[in-house]
Design a protein around this ligand. Structure first.
Ligand SMILES: Cc1cc2nc3c(=O)[nH]c(=O)nc-3n(C[C@H](O)[C@H](O)[C@H](O)COP(=O)(O)OP(=O)(O)OC[C@H]3O[C@@H](n4cnc5c(N)ncnc54)[C@H](O)[C@@H]3O)c2cc1C
Length: 246
């Protein structure tokens, strides 16, 4: 039976990134097991948004590090991810939202994130198709954008393999003893979200199952600030969100 120092269950962006970063830090004996194909889980269903505008400091700092990595991803891994830095424009329909986003922008700017509260003239300049009549405000950050999540997975997996990791697809882990025998020196198991009970080591308590991540399919519709787009306007390339800034 094969053994390994580190076994990663799941080949989505988290599993493949973990493999890549462990290899980059000198860990040689890494095995990643993927039940289907790389990226087959929620990664392949993601819209691909990469945004820095978060309300809490921890997320903001994490995505700053992610952004730095995405900007040099091809150089790091050899795989292009099609990162387009078109910016994120949040459209806000109430003064309450504007206040909350203004506070978030202040905190983001203190971390060096170039987000800003923008007026409605700027919104119309950025996206002429948007009907701004019933908007209260907006925020914009030009460093944000979108990329191809599946390419991120392929890049990390390619890099991990190149560094000596074993990446095995079509291998569903059904128990924490089914595929690999744990070495006494093994220090870490990384599970896919749906596979976290499998990461329990002997003597540990089983964690509660992770909540299911809903997948919401969006049709391509003209952008709305709060429901409308100018007649004849084409769908713009920026994302319109009216949710909280978290
Ligand atoms: C560039 C990028 C942009 C993104 N943009 C957005 C966005 O705009 N909006 C958004 O909501 N999210 C976005 N996301 C996040 C995305 O929606 C997911 O949350 C994220 O990709 C989940 O990755 P994961 O590796 O944790 O899980 P998954 O991709 O689900 O990977 C888990 C893998 O584990 C495998 N697996 C499960 N059980 C087992 C088992 N027993 N044995 C072996 N394998 C198993 C599955 O087959 C699956 O491939 C983005 C991600 C990226 C990389």
């Amino acid at each position: 039976m094969r053994s390994a120092e580190v076994v990663i269950i799941g080949g989505g962006c988290v599993g493949t990134s973990t493999a890549h970063h462990l290899i980059a830090r000198g860990c040689k004996d890494v095995v990643l097991l993927e039940a289907e194909t790389l990226g087959a889980g929620s990664t392949s269903k993601a819209a691909g948004g990469i945004r820095l505008q978060h309300a809490d400091e921890l997320n903001a700092r994490m995505v700053q590090r992610s952004l730095a990595e995405f900007l040099r991803f091809e150089e790091l891994t050899g795989v292009p991810i099609g990162f387009k830095q078109v910016g994120y424009l949040f459209l806000l329909s109430s003064e309450e939202d504007v206040d909350a986003f203004r506070r978030a922008v202040t905190a983001q700017r203190a971390l060096g994130i170039p987000s800003e509260v923008v007026d409605l003239d700027t919104v119309r300049r950025l996206v002429p198709q948007v009907e701004t009549g019933d908007l209260a405000g907006a925020t914009f950050c030009p460093s944000e954008g979108y990329a191809t999540p599946e390419a991120v997975v392929q890049g990390y997996a390619k890099s991990a393999r190149r560094g000596g990791a074993t990446v095995q697809v079509g291998c569903r882990v059904t128990s924490n003893r089914s595929c690999l025998r744990r070495r006494p020196s093994s220090s870490m198991w990384r599970a896919a979200p749906t596979a976290s009970p499998l990461a329990v080591l002997p003597g540990q308590e089983r964690p509660r199952p992770d909540p299911v991540h809903p997948v919401i399919k969006l049709a391509t519709l003209p952008l709305t600030g709060s429901g409308r787009v100018r007649p004849g306007g084409a769908a713009p390339s920026v994302e319109a969100l009216t949710s909280s800034p978290s």
